[in-house]
Write a protein that binds this ligand. Structure first.
Ligand code: AMP
Ligand code: GLY
Length: 422
């Protein structure tokens, strides 16, 4: 089977590597891919950007692709699944209607409210004045969210009402037609990714993401500085609740709207101090870097799971098999990220890092001649698997210690929440 993976991050490198572990997968193409997928044995990069559907369609035909796996939200929200329907092959990921779960926060909010799914109270606005009038009746902290896809930059957790007001003005100025003002929730965040074929929904192991740039979870939000899986915060009783109160009702609500959703539903949840799971947001795809940690523990061949999903046969699939230990992924970033940073630094030590037994997935790298160079803010994800969290943490940091590029930055406390250090 030949698989085309769409995207160019650590998630796509992890997906490509996992797919290639299956005997049935003979070749993976990744478009546009990165330095990691370029050097992965059995994988070849194609040069088409994720929203160039015509070229991607041509590549499907020319390379006799049997399965397309879509990584990022952008092509899903632009309707890549709908576009590729004419090629009559399985495409993993929801159609454009389904992708609204992530692409429109107000649409997702309406769905949650009508289905009684626990979430923060909120109001949606299309104009500045009513939004500010509403803000003046609230207390800070408060959260302002842009309605459309904003590449991780559309959520402002405002500590003061003034900050919230500025966020409202600047989001409307940037051209977002709608925004949401939402109650600030406290607690611990959990990422629960579930796979659904539109009939059955199967949760994967719960993960936690370290979103902030600084150690001790401080500073600016990023795409994710590290992740670990499973998280003890979502034990089996909590996972039962999340399935019953969030995942199943989400699927039922999608069905009632007539949406045939096949792919990942990622529920970003806040577990409140009272132990209530509340949805912060949905994503319509695998999370990154969570996926690097989650897939490291998956023992059922990924192609089997994905095909069962595309063919609406998840019900017939035996329960997913998982490694009984833990996985920890440490992200190595370019100094300055998530603000400005430079690209083009030579990366060394990857072979030594892999010799430790950890795996290194590339997020922002490029192969130039024989040199692997940095090509993004998040550069690498280094994942260690161990029979305990401590082992997994030690292994990933041992591997991180072998890698070098100028101005590199990584957090030294990934997994600290599990260890109870904070
Ligand atoms: P998102 O880009 O939607 O994942 O949101 C980014 C981050 O903002 C989340 O991971 C949370 O840390 C934070 N956040 C979003 N909504 C809320 C909320 N209602 N209360 C507190 N924090 C939130
Ligand atoms: N790690 C968060 C995300 O993938 O959206």
């Amino acid at each position: 089977m030949k698989v085309l993976v769409v995207g160019n991050g650590g998630r796509e490198h992890a997906l490509a590597a996992k797919l290639l572990q299956s005997d049935r997968v003979t070749q993976v193409y990744c478009t546009p891919g990165n330095g990691g997928t370029a050097t992965l044995s059995g994988c070849q990069n194609l040069p088409y950007s994720v929203d160039d559907f015509a070229r991607i369609g041509q590549a499907v035909v020319e390379n006799r692709i049997n399965l397309v796996v879509v990584g990022p939200e952008l092509p899903l929200s632009l309707g890549i699944k709908d576009y590729l329907a004419k090629f009559d092959l399985p495409v993993f990921g929801p159609n454009q209607q389904g992708a609204q779960l992530e692409a429109s926060k107000s649409w997702a909010k309406d769905l949650m409210i009508s289905a009684g799914i626990p979430t923060a109270t909120s109001e949606t606005f299309t104009e500045v004045e009513p939004a500010i009038a509403y803000l003046n009746q609230q207390t800070a902290p408060i959260v302002v969210k842009a309605d459309g896809l904003a590449a991780g930059k559309g959520v402002i957790v405002a500590q003061t009402l003034e900050e919230a007001e500025n966020a409202v003005k600047s989001l409307f100025n940037e051209g977002f037609p709608k925004l949401i003002i939402e109650e600030f929730l406290v607690g611990q965040e959990v990422s629960v990714l579930a796979i659904t074929d539109g009939i059955t929904i199967v949760p994967l192991l719960p993960a936690q993401d370290h979103k902030q740039i600084g150690e001790g979870d401080t500073g600016a939000n990023t795409g994710g500085m590290g992740a670990f899986c499973p998280t003890p915060l979502a034990n089996s009783a909590m996972m039962d609740r999340i399935e019953r109160e969030v995942l199943q009702p989400t699927l039922t609500a999608l069905q009632q709207k007539g949406i045939d959703y096949r792919g990942i539903i990622y529920a970003g949840l806040m577990i409140t101090p009272e132990g209530e799971p509340k949805v912060l947001e949905y994503n319509c795809r695998f999370g990154d870097p969570e996926t690097q940690a989650v897939l490291a523990l998956l023992e059922t061949p990924l192609d089997e799971v994905i095909l069962a999903c595309c063919q609406q046969k998840l019900r017939e699939l035996p329960p997913l098999k998982w490694h009984s230990g833990s996985a920890v992924c440490v992200v190595m970033a370019a100094g300055g990220y998530p603000s400005s940073y430079t690209k083009g630094k030579v990366i060394t030590g990857l072979d030594l890092a892999e010799k430790t037994g950890a795996v290194v997935f590339h997020a922002g790298t490029k192969l130039v001649g024989d040199n692997l160079i940095t090509d993004g803010g998040r550069v690498l994800g280094v994942t260690g698997v161990g029979s305990t969290f401590e082992e997994a943490i030690a292994l990933s940091y041992r591997a991180v210690g072998q890698i070098h590029f100028e101005d590199m930055y990584y957090r030294r406390d990934i997994g600290h929440r599990v260890q109870g250090k904070s």
